[in-house]
Design a protein around this ligand. Structure first.
Ligand code: IVH
Length: 679
């Protein structure tokens, strides 16, 4: 064969493989057995190895193999990636239908066609195709600018590297296809099992697993996660014309961009609502997570008339499913000791499947909460999980009591070190600085993300190192040696070497993360960032008095005292010396750290009014501060968000007058999860 023939043969093979991919992944209708497909694939691969000069970017062999990146590049979307307005109650769905008709000057009784699609609970991606070839893929980011993750997206076998042209309409020269990347419930369990075995932190839910996988700097890691994608619409689409959403999805399917097969055209809002209920009833048995349906006006000529707000198109609505609940038994109540010594009662449950995960534990927050809800060991309870939030107990089912249930009282001694417990407000606390539980949590916090960020050092490994007597305090982490590690069970040479090198890599650390890593009480990431901005270097912070500290905006006396106390303690001074002796260096930032990059809540103030369903008020406030936000107690111009529960007080009126952003509880929960969603 001469070179032209070889090129032709390779082209033919590529096209054949693309076509069989399409039959398999999009049409669910393979024409040839897997073994024949493998033969074609190997033949192409063989030719490509022999003639690398003829390899093309759209070759089906090019999915894996890209080199790890140092960081992600930014990509500006050609059309912004907006969000969708949420509805939880059926009345809101009727209101949406009425609003659509009002805006279109249609009579109240007009019947609108809606395209109803499952709302996939994953992460959105935008894929740019030029002349039918995938040239770029990105995350949503802030909606205008996302991160370039082309190599990662190429590892997803459901994404065509080249659009199908067989029996398909022509495609525009340049367009963006948008879809939701997700992972099946089953693969999520498998990944977590592997991670547990490896001592790595577990993903909280399939969405986090998908988000974590798609943002890997090394595409080989992404390739190992079995990510999937369903496409739901275009971004920028050039001169392409279409009549309606159903036609868009049909065309997408023909090109090889698979939409969710559970999509349905509904005549009128009642049919759309009925379909929502139908999909909700299939939720448990569907192999991936959905959190509602998206109801879209089908006729695309109406979209421009309806327009968009700054955040949402007015022609679609996300009708969310009910927060998921399940019934189970509390086998026992144990007490966990946190980093600051706080004792948290935790219900150990008879495992029960809920929203795609097996729920085995639920926090009971504190003793007051247990009394208020009258929760006893042995009780039947309703557990609830909303979005990302850890499961909570809604109530106990006292009618199912047998008389064998036991009331719970907080221990008077720390369950770990036996030190007598002290009570501060609603919180029970172990005051022993050297308590093993506190120490373990301190070290876990020290190496965690946003602190020293020692990736391969999960909680299990920290526990193992403490048990082996290799580390006693945070500074000891930097004195670990390869020889010590390889002797430990479950440490192979490679993992020992990896851990040592990630520890070495973490030695240089930005000032705000250093402060956060110390685990000073009341100093979360946001406060740490303020302190890093206000003090030129550590020495100045160490010397600061409580008065100096309270003069800083957002620093109150409680934080100030914790900081002063921390730096006055001799044992902390000793640990700091030990850290610097090990070569830890602080990078002082010339620019103030942008906490907004860390979480959607960072730097924002939240006020809660009315009763919340998913958490107690104090738990919600805790969540806000754990994500770098601030919980406010009164409504002022400076309040960023007012979260409204059931039966809100007068604060909501004041908030409206001031024109503040008002969130429903679900919107607040979504915001809590936003970082994971948007990255
Ligand atoms: S249409 C204006 N359709 O939900 C945004 N989105 O909350 C147009 N999502 O960022 C999106 N399933 O990631 C659309 N069938 C579906 C969807 C869907 C999941 C996600 C998407 C979007 C988010 C908005």
């Amino acid at each position: 064969m001469n070179e032209t023939d070889i090129q032709l043969k390779m082209k033919k093979l590529r096209e054949t493989i693309h076509y069989h991919n399409h039959r398999y992944y999009v049409l669910d209708d393979p024409l040839i057995p897997d073994a024949d497909y493998d033969t074609l694939f190997r033949e192409l691969k063989g030719l490509e190895d022999q003639y690398p000069q003829f390899v093309t970017a759209d070759s089906p062999t090019r999915r894996v193999g890209a080199e790890p990146l140092p960081e992600f590049q930014k990509v500006t979307h050609r059309a912004p990636m907006l969000s969708i307005e949420d509805a939880h109650q059926v009345e809101e769905v009727y209101e949406f239908d009425q609003r659509v008709k009002r805006l279109l000057d249609l009579p109240v009784e007009a019947v609108i066609d809606y395209c109803v699609e499952p709302k996939m609970d994953g992460v959105s991606a935008s894929l740019t195709f030029e002349k039918g070839i995938l040239i770029q893929g990105s995350t949503r980011g802030n909606g205008s600018v996302g991160e370039e993750i082309t190599s990662n997206l190429k590892t997803i076998t459901m994404i065509p590297l080249k659009l199908n042209t067989v029996e398909a309409p022509p495609f525009p020269d340049l367009f963006e296809a948008r879809g939701e990347v997700f992972i099946s419930k089953e693969d999520f369990f498998m990944i977590n099992q592997e991670r547990e075995a490896a001592g790595a932190a577990l993903f909280a839910n399939p969405r986090n697993a998908a988000a974590g996988s798609i943002r890997q700097l090394d595409p080989k890691i992404t390739a190992r996660r079995k990510l999937m994608i369903y496409f739901y619409g275009p971004g920028y689409y050039g001169a392409w014309t279409f009549k309606n959403q159903v036609e868009i999805l049909d065309t997408f399917r023909a090109w090889g961009l698979k939409p969710n097969p559970l999509t349905k055209l509904c005549r009128g809002i009642d049919e759309a609502i009925a379909y929502h209920h139908h999909i909700e009833s299939e939720r448990e048995t569907t192999p991936y997570e959905m959190d509602g349906v998206v109801i879209k006006v089908n006729d695309s000529s109406l979209w421009a008339q309806l327009g968009s707000t700054t955040r949402n198109p007015r022609w679609m609505l996300a009708y969310k499913f009910k927060a998921q609940e399940a019934q189970t038994i509390i086998k026992s109540i144990t007490v966990q000791v946190g980093r600051t010594g706080s004792l948290t009662p935790v219900a150990i449950l008879e495992p029960v499947p809920l929203a795609g995960v097996m729920v085995q534990r639920a926090t009971l927050h504190n003793e007051d909460e247990i009394c208020r809800k009258d929760i006893r060991e042995g009780d039947w309870v309703i557990v609830h999980r909303a979005g990302d939030v850890i499961p909570g107990i809604v109530r106990s089912l006292s009618e199912k009591r047998t008389g064998q249930e036991k009331r719970f009282t907080m221990p008077s001694e720390c369950p770990v070190c036996s030190e007598p417990v002290v009570k501060e407000g609603a919180v029970h606390r172990c005051p022993n600085h050297d308590c093993l539980a506190k120490n373990t949590e301190r070290i876990i916090h020290f190496v965690a993300l946003n602190a020293f960020n020692i990736d391969s050092m999960g909680a299990k490994i920290v526990q193992q190192l403490i048990a082996a007597g290799l580390i006693h305090d945070i500074a000891d982490v930097f004195y670990l040696t390869f020889e010590q590690l390889v002797q430990l069970p479950r440490f192979a040479e490679k993992s020992a070497r990896n851990l040592i090198s990630s520890i070495a890599d973490s030695r240089k650390i930005p000032f705000h993360r250093f402060i956060f890593a110390l685990g000073i009480r009341n100093v979360g990431l946001h406060v740490a960032s303020i302190l890093a901005r206000e003090f030129p270097e550590l020495e100045a912070l160490q010397k600061a008095s409580a008065d100096d500290l309270v003069s800083i905006h957002e620093i109150g006396p409680e934080i100030a005292n914790s900081v002063v106390e921390f730096f006055q303690a001799d044992r902390n001074a000793a640990v700091l010396d030990k850290l610097f002796a090990a070569g830890v260096t602080i990078k002082y930032e010339t620019e103030p750290p942008l906490t907004t990059q860390i979480s959607a809540l960072a730097g924002k103030s939240f006020l809660f009014t009315g009763e919340l369903e998913a958490f107690t008020r104090s738990r919600a406030q805790e969540l806000v501060s754990s994500k770098g936000g601030k919980a406010a107690t009164s409504v002022t111009k400076k309040t960023d968000y007012v979260v409204v529960g059931k039966n809100p007080g007068s604060k909501i009126n004041k908030a409206r007058k001031l024109g503040l952003i008002i969130l429903t509880e679900q919107e607040f929960i979504d915001l809590l999860a936003e970082k994971e969603k948007e990255i």
